[in-house]
Design a protein around this ligand. Sequence first.
Ligand SMILES: Nc1ncnc2c1ncn2[C@@H]1O[C@H](COP(=O)(O)OP(=O)(O)OP(=O)(O)O)[C@@H](O)[C@H]1O
Length: 544
Amino acid sequence: MSIARPFWWDRDERGPALGLLVLLMGLLLGQTAFNVLFNQETGEFTSALAARDPARFWSAIGRFVWLLAMAVPIYACYYFVRDTLALRWRRWLTAQFLDRYLAHRAYYHLNAEGALDNPDQRIADDIHAFTGQSLYFSMIVLGAGIQMVAFAGVLWGIAPVLIYVLVGYAVVSTLFTTRLFGRHLIPLNFTQLQREADFRFGLVRLREHAESVALHDGEARERQGLWARFLAAFDNMRRVLRWQLGLNLFQYGHSFLTLVLPSVVVAADVLEGRLEVGRAVQAAGAFGAILSALTLIVEHFEGLSRFSAGIERLHAFRNTLDQPSDQQGIRTAAASELSVQGLSVWTPGREQCLLRDLTFQVQPGQGLLISGASGSGKSSLLRVLAGLWTEGEGRVLRPAGAEMLFLPQQPYLPLGTLREQLLYPQPERGVSDAELQDWLARVQLGDLPERVGGWSAVRDWGKQLSIGEQQRLAFVRALLRRPRYLLLDEATSALDADNEQRLYALLAPLSITPVSVSHHPALTVFHRHQLTLTGAGAWRWAPL
Ligand SMILES: Nc1ncnc2c1ncn2[C@@H]1O[C@H](COP(=O)(O)OP(=O)(O)OP(=O)(O)O)[C@@H](O)[C@H]1O
């Protein structure tokens, strides 16, 4: 409910949504009214046949055809309105989840901590299913209620005893289904959603890392991994199918009763001439309609169990996104200069202490070079400075927002045009193509626009450009934003010494202070201090 309700209270959505809902209910009422009329006319022409009365028969058929012509648009519009409403709801809910997912870097923490499986599947598929099925089932319940009232009158007039039989039967079969099948099918469907998403994620990973897999000749291993994921989904689905078989046996046994029971109950009245054949047919129709309304849960149990598994997944996702992040670790505050005070850094799960009691200040114009053996914690320190990691103690004082930028070794090149690669994440900034061209020329990439077909060309940049070219492109992107501090985590590692020097030489004229992780001795001239991480949390600070 807490996931569903806000949409119906949203200021912008409420009006159209409620309008569509009222229309939908109207159409549903119309459908039920036609069902009652169809049932009535079926009874009427059956009676006419039994009485061998052609005039009565043809007039019933005539009314039937008219009813059909009127009913068709109502039935068709019902689905159109229902699915339009579901689509609007999906749009709204997806926007809500995307906002939460991207707020406070939840997408980063969720994925880094592995706290929740497949958030992408939950946003893409579970929301879709939730909105569609919520409306589907709500309308079924409502329709069942209306149907029950409409047909109960009919049945009461013909054979009241059938109503008692129906109610007793519905209660027993619903309890039986929810108790026995629900206990198994809901958790199995939950696992199924998860395993399907794992399998798809495996396929996406293969696509993303196609080149590395090909270079390793890793096809056999990849197939084995993908097959294992598929088999996990397959095995679970087999269990689902077995339980569904039991459920179907029960459902069919149960629905066949509709065919026999009403005839048996009213047979004596028809045989002794107290009831017309057509009235008996009508009673059987009404019996079936009420039975399916009363045993709604039994009939739709497969769908309902999948639906509740999807809701559980969305609920868990929403709760994880709404959890307040624990801020008791390293605290960050805004300041004009970058400094750290009494900083101790742990890995996120507190497995290792990477740095103990570190204090330093980086004044503008005085770059800092961070070095140390592999695994000593250099990248981790940059993550702490960027505010991504908070496990530990101490304080980080840093300029806010775009005043401090971070360049990793493997640049991120978003989907989009060449221009957008340079202007990310604000592609609408008004920088002229001539200015962009000028910057590219300074990093020896002046021919790139021409080579790829212009500024608006769209490519898979991460695959087409060499790592060195990607690093230079990302470097220009950072320069264009002119941060006060630029944190470079081996961000020029793929470049030759000349190119690397050329890039670093661009920083000082723009008043950008580098904080670099690098093993290249030639870079020392661009920094004033060196921080060496010597392992097990120890460090050394020295002027250059
Ligand atoms: N998410 C994580 N969870 C647990 N441990 C981690 C995580 N990320 C990194 N580590 C561990 O923290 C240590 C420091 O990693 P870090 O990447 O900071 O090293 P580095 O000095 O930058 O190494 P390199 O020079 O090889 O890039 C390593 O032992 C690494 O295995």
